[in-house]
Design a protein around this ligand. Structure first.
Ligand code: PLP
Length: 384
């Protein structure tokens, strides 16, 4: 059996080596390292893939979120509601801009932000909601958009983990994750579903004026050379990364399907196991329907409900199976973000999830032998 990896970027590279190498070489030969034609071409191709009017490439997914918030003109003291159960980047940029993060609990089955908890947290100071499409599927966008409209709030989608996922609205219309709210962000960190070979990120919007503002902010607040109209940042996708991403973008749907196929095999093997809960997809197919396009499985995350999660982490490691606990500490209990305003009773789900979740190897190169070994090792330990 091939060595099992959490994310097999080397294996994926071997399948696209020629295109990627040629793309990188062409950037070297033109020496257009910054803002070269590859960046513009990638921007256009991603706009077409996502069906969004504007893609603004930038340096990484954290910058993308920060720039999105800067572009909306949010001001110190404005409250921004986001999920307690996510990667810290989401809350970090809110705090950095001196906005007030308001962390709320999540749904126990999809791990995504809980709409009722958002509603309870809205005050006259609330200006925006940041749903995170965690582990690869959309937060409940119908309800979030309705709440935002009712209270006149911006919706900023943190789509670092769900590029390529579709959201199906209650009327059957489909839209790509990250293009649904006023503005969305993504990350091209190498292990993300559309990963570069270094850092990268992008912002998405259908709003022409906002797109214009954002394009200036990423470039030192310049709209005309050496005229700095607003305080900006320096955040660029470099041309070599854009060339890599151009080689990978046409394969993204196929990569998503390979992740779904692996998820389906995992979920079938675990189905019926009493103390193992498989991830639930928003349309209820539990990741085992073959046509599901709602989940792109950035992570495949189980809940181990008989108290053996920590034991399982150690057992998998002894058997050469990498795994991850995303996330082990709720944001409201992180030193940087703890706040007397938070009440533990407001976070029953996150406080439970951190004890139960475990993410198994998930990538485009998993084979049946590896999946069989992983599922058997998990089941034998959990039922014993
Ligand atoms: C990865 C990630 C980010 C940050 O992306 P970087 O490119 O690493 O800055 C933000 N939010 C979430 C949910 C992420 O998973």
């Amino acid at each position: 059996m091939r060595k099992i990896q959490m994310v097999d970027l080397g294996g994926q590279y071997r399948g696209i080596q020629e295109q990627v190498n040629a793309a990188i070489t062409s950037v070297m030969e033109t020496s257009a390292f910054i803002n070269g034609p590859e960046v513009h071409a990638f921007q256009k191709e991603l706009e077409a893939y996502l069906g969004v009017k504007h893609v603004i490439p930038c340096g990484n997914g954290t910058d993308a979120l920060q720039i999105a918030m800067m572009g909306l003109g949010l001001e110190p003291g404005d409250e921004v509601i986001t999920a307690d159960f996510t990667f810290a980047a989401t809350v970090e940029v809110i705090a950095l801009l001196q906005l007030t993060p308001v962390l709320v609990d999540v749904d126990p089955e999809t791990f995504n932000i809980d709409v009722a908890a958002i509603e309870r947290s809205i005050t006259p100071k609330t200006k925006a909601i940041v749903p995170v499409h965690l582990f690869g599927q959309c937060a409940p966008m119908d309800a979030i958009l309705a709440l935002a409209e009712k209270h006149d709030l911006y919706v900023i989608e943190d789509n670092a983990q769900a590029i390529g996922a579709n959201h199906t609205f209650s009327d059957g219309r489909k839209q790509k994750a990250g293009t649904i709210g006023h503005v969305g962000s993504t990350s091209f960190f190498p292990s993300k579903n559309l990963g570069a070979y270094g850092d990268g990120g992008a912002i998405f919007t259908n709003d022409d004026d906002l797109a214009h503002t954002l394009r200036g902010i990423v470039n030192h607040g310049m709209y005309e050379r050496y005229h700095h109209d607003v305080i900006g940042v320096n955040s660029r996708l470099d041309s070599i990364q854009a060339a890599v991403l151009r080689a990978k973008l046409p394969k993204l749907d196929n990569y998503c399907n390979r992740r779904r196929a692996a998820a389906r095999k995992y979920s079938r093997a675990f189905s019926g196991q009493p103390n193992i809960t498989v991830p639930k997809t928003v349309n209820g197919c539990e990741g085992i329907c073959s046509t599901c396009d709602c989940h792109v499985f950035h992570q495949y995350t189980l809940k181990i409900t008989n108290g053996k999660r920590d034991g399982l982490v150690a057992h998998l490691s002894e058997n050469g199976i990498p795994c991850g606990v995303y996330y082990p500490i709720p944001l409201h209990r992180q030193k940087a973000y703890a706040d007397a305003r938070y009440d533990e009773n407001d976070f029953p789900v996150t406080n439970q999830l951190i004890k139960e979740v475990i993410s198994l190897p998930m990538h485009t190169e998993l084979d049946d032998e590896q999946i069989a070994f992983i599922t058997k090792t998990v089941i034998d330990f959990v039922i014993e």
